[in-house]
Design a protein around this ligand. Sequence first.
Ligand SMILES: Cc1cc2nc3c(=O)[nH]c(=O)nc-3n(C[C@H](O)[C@H](O)[C@H](O)COP(=O)(O)O)c2cc1C
Length: 557
Amino acid sequence: MKKMKRIWALLLTAATILSLLAGCASTPTQPAGDNNAPPTIQPNEPVNPYPDALVIAEQGMFSAGGTVLTSDGTFDVSNYYMSREGSTSHVDHANVFYQIPAEESGLPMVFLHGYGQSRMGWMTTPDGRPGWSDLFLRMGHSVFLIDQPRRGEAGQTSVAGTISTEPSDQTWYTQFRIGTYLDNTFTYNEGSQFPTGEDVLDQFFRQMTPDTAMDSANGDQNIDTTVVAQAVAATIDEVYARTGKDSVLVTHSQGGMPGWETARYTDHIAAIVAIEPGMAPMVDSEDYAALLEKNIPVTFYYGDYIGEEFPDVPAAGMWGMMASSADAFTAAYTAAGGSSTVVHLPEEGITGNDHFMFQDLNNDVIADHVEAWIQNHAGVSGGTAPQAPAAPENESGKTLVVYYSATGSTEAVAGYIANATGGDTFAITPAEPYSSADLNWTDSESRVSREHDDPSLRTMELTETTVDGWEDYDTVFIGYPIWWGIAAWPVDNFINANDFTGKTVIPFCTSSSSGLGESGELLAELAGTGDWQEGQRFRSSVAEADVVEWVNGLNLQ
Ligand SMILES: Cc1cc2nc3c(=O)[nH]c(=O)nc-3n(C[C@H](O)[C@H](O)[C@H](O)COP(=O)(O)O)c2cc1C
């Protein structure tokens, strides 16, 4: 963990230098104005798209974890105002604000902020729209919002820090990939989803808050990861004690690192959603071992403007390096039997997002995406995942949903269809599963690129091609992701191995933006048997309700 902290500090220093040096290379778009005097905050626009009241059944606050400092000597009550002998201080705990919705249906979610932040960032947006805590409350999750030890309302510390007054807004604005400070102007990255306006920036910068144990606010990262991790674990244990449920831990940025370490100190993490974490755990670390041993499903989310292809975005290279640590983790973790996905939002057709994707204009779209992942993965580790709605009784047992899914989106849709029809599911699994590196279509040497270029490589062994009771199914849904405009080819190998005579076959797919195209027809041709229907394409993070509406419209017997 110390090694990881050093790397993070190094990267931040590098990024700070890069961001300060790179000004002349950047292309400004959408100037947001430079202001020295704080602007007047306008009343919020009526932007709340949720006309129904959000009903909270219970809310409150508590502290979790922490230690007690004790000084030597005997407290002198006659000099009580000055005496510090024989005294105690309660320090290094997490401060937790929680809300439980009236219509609770999902797992509790524990939110841990990043560097220079507090829980506020999850609770609202700088332009006054609902934050993620409101959005997930509306989806039926209780939310537990942490101020980590030595931050915000948990400021009581065992280590004396120095609060720096050195101005640094411009550094963080750049490091957070919102844009670049050029010619005395805050510019936005092209196509940015960050809300615009001087009032917005004023609100955003005032959201930042220092660490009471840190030496310097300007890029120094001497945050005690273990102290934070233990307090987060204490929070999660408290949530379990109160609700009997494991929690989905959502971390951001610097919060990512203590988030991984938290797995060492509690058995009640249902899943971890890491929003642009500083780093993924090293494969040989204790954190990695704990995550794997406890079989905790993990997902990483990265926004836009990451990688060498964005020379005008000073922090793009550094974030590319950090995102690659997620790929390395995922490759090892999945190979070892764990569940990990890396979501690069632009690959899902969700563009313009920065490091604060949960405050961006499309924060609802990303929340839906995260929710689909939670529905699909949380509970795998023995947590009390929400029960799926009771499936209609499938008396004749005649519907089967066969699917291939590389990163979970098609799997989620398959689950929705199975729920709606009362059908069974069958996952197509390549004997050699695809790692993140294998799926990297931007790398011309990756496995999927080579298979794309040479169709003879697409024939592969599957772990299973025979479905128990295949002859009893008369309706078969076939699901797949779109790869380069057609069905992902692991499906071909299932189709080749089965006879569809007498069956109604309904293709469905998920994709970032492409339609179903000819994918269904090509599969029908390959099968040569069966009554193939037109089929349906869904976006990667489609809501269950939309899938159910489509299924109902099919008027299946
Ligand atoms: C190799 C590869 C090729 C892809 N090609 C396309 C494409 O041509 N059009 C598109 O809209 N999305 C494309 N995508 C995005 C996927 O179709 C989309 O993310 C899908 O929902 C993933 O489903 P899964 O999570 O079930 O694997 C591609 C993804 C990969 C990995």
